[in-house]
Design a protein around this ligand. Structure first.
Ligand code: ADP
Ligand code: ZN
Length: 361
């Protein structure tokens, strides 16, 4: 059965469909578009093309499909060029539609191609990783990386619909599933105390009956946050809250070079570090910090750096993070387990101490 949820953004509102298998729902949408004379173009990566061949065929039949190399490297200017050429070579006009079938990499890249081709054509997301299902496929952030840093080029471009089929996760490598769990834990911590308590009670696995409802809950929370602050312009709170653990996590990713830690692994450490900062600021007690660490660990994610990293490099990376405003460090902190807030003017020494506690030297 396919259920749905609406992201309410006025003219840009769209549905998110949920089911264990959404292939036929996708197929109905594709057939309807084709019947209107619109070209349907599919972008995916090689792993998905191999492992989910039947699902792809059920969803798209013989629609033109571009299969890219898997991995973060694909979120590049060069691969963006390949997607745009693929659209142009197939003579896609303004009625054309892009379906992004994949994880965050494919969603961000194909979404940005759709945002920029002919100044913007429609696109749909079919996320295939846990991370994309609970986080990156909802909210309309699209983009690519430059050598200078991650996500430096992009656009807000809301999809016309998101199809979340949890059955696709059966082939996802366990390490990627764990990485996605970091965003699930983040979601509980920042705005859903019951969700966090549920994760504390029992670790979630790909086979848990609770998985599908939890994914839905994460999407609902993200949808509400995005509805209130679509373009991340709120002075306090808003979309920035979704960056809980990310200021620390991004610094770890940047200093180690992308790929050493998966994004979700860096965010696991980032959540533990953010909890420590919240303790130092007097919001959380030591028991609560221990709970955060226990839940992160129980989901096969690190809470400390695997190898020591130089503190100076981490602090430098953090000050370059685009969320830092006017020199003072701005963080998302936990007021309690289930409530986050943005906090500006955090003393650099406090942040340094937190990083030291998780293994920086
Ligand atoms: P993320 O969604 O975490 O941003 P990626 O888009 O890089 O990450 O996807 C992570 C990895 O998982 C890639 O190697 C991708 O090919 C692979 N992958 C994505 N979805 C599936 C799936 N359903 N089954 C197997 N592998 C998948
Ligand atoms: Zn993230």
């Amino acid at each position: 059965m396919v259920e749905s949820l609406t992201v309410n953004l006025g003219e840009r509102s769209y549905p998110i469909y949920f089911g264990s298998d959404v292939s036929s729902a996708v197929r109905v949408q594709v057939d309807a578009l084709v019947a209107e004379g619109r070209k349907v173009m599919v972008v995916t990566d090689r792993n998905i093309a191999h492992l989910q061949l039947d699902a792809l065929r059920d969803m798209f039949g013989g629609q033109p499909t571009l299969v890219l190399d898997p991995g973060e490297e694909t979120k590049s200017l060069r691969e963006l060029g390949r997607v745009l050429d693929f659209l142009a070579e197939n003579r896609v006009d303004r009625g054309g539609v892009v379906f992004a079938v994949g994880g965050g990499v494919i969603g961000d890249l194909a979404g940005f191609a759709a945002a920029s081709y002919l100044r913007g054509i429609a696109f749909y997301q079919v996320p295939t990783t846990l991370l994309a299902m609970v986080d990156s496929s909802v909210g309309g952030k699209t983009g690519i990386n430059l050598h200078a840093g991650k996500n430096l080029v992009g656009a807000f471009h809301q999809p016309k619909g998101v199809f979340i089929g949890t059955g696709l996760l059966a082939t996802l490598p366990p390490r990627e599933f764990a990485a996605g769990m970091a965003e699930v834990i983040k979601t509980g911590l920042l705005g859903d105390a019951d969700l966090f308590a549920q994760l504390e009670h029992a670790a979630l696995t790909v086979n848990s009956p609770a998985l599908a409802p939890i994914i839905r809950r994460c999407c609902a929370l993200k949808a509400r946050v995005v509805e209130a602050d679509e373009h991340e312009t709120a002075k306090e709170g808003g979309r920035a809250l979704l960056n809980l653990g990310h200021t620390f996590g991004h610094a770890i990713e940047q200093v180690t070079g992308y790929g050493v830690y998966l994004h979700g692994e860096a965010i696991g450490i980032g959540l533990a570090t953010a909890a420590r900062l919240s303790l130092k600021l007097g919001y959380l007690g030591a028991t609560e910090v221990a709970k955060v660490e226990a839940v992160v660990k129980a989901h096969a994610l690190p809470i400390r750096l695997r190898e020591p990293l130089p503190l100076a490099a981490l602090m430098m990376a953090m000050s370059r993070d685009k969320k830092v405003r006017a020199g003072s460090l701005r963080f998302v902190v936990l007021k309690s387990l289930g409530e986050a807030a943005t906090q500006a003017g955090v003393d650099t020494a406090l942040a340094e101490q937190c990083f030291r506690e998780v293994g920086a030297v």
